[in-house]
Design a protein around this ligand. Sequence first.
Ligand SMILES: NC(=O)C1=CN([C@@H]2O[C@H](COP(=O)(O)OP(=O)(O)OC[C@H]3O[C@@H](n4cnc5c(N)ncnc54)[C@H](OP(=O)(O)O)[C@@H]3O)[C@@H](O)[C@H]2O)C=CC1
Ligand SMILES: O=C(CO)COP(=O)(O)O
Ligand SMILES: [Zn+2]
Length: 353
Amino acid sequence: MNELKSNKWMQLPRDVLVGSNMLGKVADVCSDLKLGRNALIVTGQKTRDIAGIKVAEELEETGRSVQIHVSASASMEEVENVMEIAREMDTDFLLGVGSGKSIDVAKLAATRHNVPFLSIPTAASHDGIVSSRASITHNGETASIQASAPMAVIADTEVIAKAPFRLLAAGCGDIISNCTAVLDWQLAHRLQNVSFSEYSAALASMTANILIESADSIKPELESSVRMVVKALVSSGVAMSIAGSSRPASGSEHMFSHALSRIAPNPALHGEQCGIGTIMMMYLHGGDWQEIRDALRIIGTPTTAHELGIEDKYILQALVESHKIRPERYTILGTGITPDAAEVVARTTGVIS
Ligand SMILES: NC(=O)C1=CN([C@@H]2O[C@H](COP(=O)(O)OP(=O)(O)OC[C@H]3O[C@@H](n4cnc5c(N)ncnc54)[C@H](OP(=O)(O)O)[C@@H]3O)[C@@H](O)[C@H]2O)C=CC1
Ligand SMILES: O=C(CO)COP(=O)(O)O
Ligand SMILES: [Zn+2]
């Protein structure tokens, strides 16, 4: 969607539930939203047992007909498979139950099939759980595609607190990345007159800053930590909806992460890579990159290539190639960073040693 036009259409979830035992509320939410009888659940191999079956049972108890589809990847083939099932069963609505992959497949399939979609995350690993974007791989390339925002987000903090802590910490990295995304957006506004929303930018920055200040209260297995992170992810999603693009939550640090995912043989989690990207892009902005690094360290998100499990050479290559990821989105990377400069930023910030 064109960045100048898209902010005229603001899509927000209608119901957002965050708390313990929220899976048990799914049927109430469907009634509140006046959703129909036929439901299609898209879930993952692990998350089917963690939440998918429970959600299906809750819906069946209210007389709904439910089909579960286990999706292994966030690919366009999977989106088409899900749309085919949706057509065959004449589904009234879709539910993405699980991690980012399942939610993105359900989100795009529902958008294209023109039915409502509910997001039921089992991990708080990034803000795609609430946004109107879907990251889908097609012909070996992953693209961020405009989709409908979820009608409802149901985040069961008890379930999410039991997920591996690494996923929650990654979600924090994705939120903290708003710091450089907003700086990039302001820069693009000043240099290229890119459409800019003060409200969206303020919400995105405030969300990241609250989390940085509360870094020491993000702990494993604590529902209070999950609540804080989920609310921040929801705020980031709302900021993107206000902007009509992912600008407030995705700048040069996301371009670095997307480049790294293409280059590295074993990429890390989205939010982990964005966190490392934020340290380095904040350095390039001349900002307080140490504050970003320290907050990520306290939370327990990787701050070095070694902790990320990715060789230094891929970090450097990704830095040099980041500006090509989304050339229309102007950032601090401008027309690119030289290999020498990439080495300086990565070494100075301690990302490589
Ligand atoms: N739409 C958007 O705006 C965005 C989308 N993305 C996309 O999201 C995806 C990454 O999502 P992310 O969630 O980080 O990673 P994955 O979707 O790759 O999920 C990571 C793993 O965690 C497992 N998992 C999830 N919840 C639990 C739980 N409660 N207990 C145990 N295991 C669990 C998943 O199981 P299972 O196998 O069952 O799924 C999966 O194996 C990528 O495809 C990325 O492109 C990223 C950022 C933004
Ligand atoms: O991950 C996102 C925001 O956190 C979405 O951004 P992209 O548009 O870069 O996929
Ligand atoms: Zn992100």
